[in-house]
Design a protein around this ligand. Structure first.
Ligand code: AMP
Ligand code: MG
Length: 411
């Protein structure tokens, strides 16, 4: 690991290996949160016919007298969902409900509150503009209007718009399936006894949550002991998926088999070793159509490596343009301690206000998961940083939200 890759180069390498997922069709009721796989157009004009925006009376505006008022003969009743049996003749009106189609000949609707009724006659009591209270056909959408753009995350309003547009099956990007494999003979899953020298597998669970939060499908493959054959067997299985995340076993220890086994299985390594703390022993390669991430074993390094490398890849695979987290400058609310030869991502809490600030959430050791759980941001301290007093502004990456703007990764 003599020559460490810069964060900027490593991210660039990963993103340029991303291939878009194919598109699949899902029923509209299952499309919430999915990413549109193509532009989608309206199948119909919406509304499909001129209709009333009020409960009231439809009539011909030219039948009103000079002074505006008029007595009209009520010749029909049009509830929503039905169509008048005939058109309107001079001096006639029809009672009409909101959403019901205008009868032929009618051009205006007066709301019931502005009329008085007397037997089968209705009087329009207030001046009214021609065309009032009529929704024109196609005023919301026209046939062929683009209602959703490729790469858009489908939210509630989009589902409604697609329904209105007559789209029953929605083309969406297939969700990437992500195999998750923790490596380490010391690992047991929660619920199992932790014998001497054993710890619990937390990376398997943080990765699971991170994959879900990125809108992808986690496939947990459990724990591989530090044994070459066991690791090979499980990694071989993992390579059937779109994306593979292994944690641990990529450092320089005697039992770190992941890289060797990747090579045996034909993984084309793009880099190993990144100039960032935590996260140095990160490795990335491709195998067939799969992206293969080897994140470090230390729980915080595993999570920050996911944030920086895996998450943007998963979002880019679905065609989203906003694959990055939001980054912005924030001022330190305490002195900033120096960094050494690697850029550092320090766990912090971001405070709002006109000028955002950050404060560290606790000890920064790469195994201290509790300070990660408290963090809603990572502050980027450049390599070789001499330290600074409180008030210093540094780039901070939010751990929520998305942005299309490329982050200031150090090169
Ligand atoms: P490694 O990269 O395999 O040497 O692991 C580095 C450190 O992370 C060691 O202290 C491991 O015990 C720890 N570690 C590795 N994998 C996990 C995991 N899945 N859950 C929690 N800690 C882990
Ligand atoms: Mg290990």
């Amino acid at each position: 690991m003599k020559q460490l890759t810069t964060l900027a180069d490593a991210v660039e390498t990963v993103l340029s290996a991303v291939r878009p997922m194919e598109t699949e069709k899902v029923p509209l009721a299952e499309a919430h949160g999915r990413i549109a796989g193509t532009d989608i157009e309206s199948m119909d004009d919406v509304p499909g016919f001129p209709n009333s925006a009020m409960d009231g009376f439809a009539f011909r505006h030219r039948d009103l007298g000079r002074g505006g008022g008029a007595r009209l003969r009520v010749v029909g009743d049009i509830p929503a969902g039905s169509v008048a049996e005939r058109g309107l003749a001079a001096g006639e009106a029809m009672r009409i409900m909101t959403g019901a189609p205008l009868p032929d000949g009618a051009d205006t609707v007066v709301q019931v509150e502005h009329t008085s009724e007397d037997g089968d006659a209705v009087t329009v009591e207030q001046p009214i503009a021609p065309g009032a209270n009529v929704r024109a056909a196609g005023e919301d959408l026209r046939v062929g209007t683009r209602v959703v753009e490729r790469g858009r995350v489908l939210r509630a309003a989009d589902l409604g718009l697609l329904a209105a547009a007559g789209v029953a099956d929605v083309p969406v990007a297939r969700r990437p399936r992500v195999a998750i494999l923790a490596t380490g003979s010391e690992l047991v899953d929660p619920g199992e006894p932790v014998g001497p020298g054993l710890i619990r597998n937390s990376n398997g669970f943080t990765a699971l949550g991170q994959v879900l939060e990125a809108g992808a499908v986690p496939v947990p493959l459990g724990v591989a002991r530090d044994d070459r054959d066991v690791t090979r067997k499980l990694l071989e299985k993992a390579l059937q998926y779109d994306v593979v995340i292994t944690s641990g076993g990529v450092s320089v220890g005697d039992y770190d088999f992941v890289k060797a086994v990747q090579e045996e299985l034909g993984v084309d390594r793009k880099f190993w070793g990144v100039r960032v703390k935590p996260g140095k022993p990160m490795t990335f390669g491709t195998c067939g159509g799969s992206l293969v991430f080897g994140v470090p074993g230390n729980p915080v390094a595993a999570m920050t490596s996911f944030e920086v490398f895996v998450r943007p890849s998963l979002l880019a695979m679905t065609g989203r343009p906003d694959v990055w987290r939001p980054w912005f400058p924030a001022s330190a609310s305490e002195p900033v301690v120096p960094s050494r030869e690697r850029a550092e991502l320090r766990r912090c809490h971001i405070a709002g206000g006109p000028e955002r600030s950050f404060s560290l959430t606790g000890a920064q050791g790469s195994g201290i998961l509790s300070s990660m759980a408290l963090a809603d941001g990572l502050v980027l301290v450049p390599s070789g940083y001499a330290g600074a007093p409180a008030g210093e502004r540094l780039p901070v990456m939010a751990l929520e939200g998305n942005s299309a703007e490329r982050p200031p990764f150090p090169s």
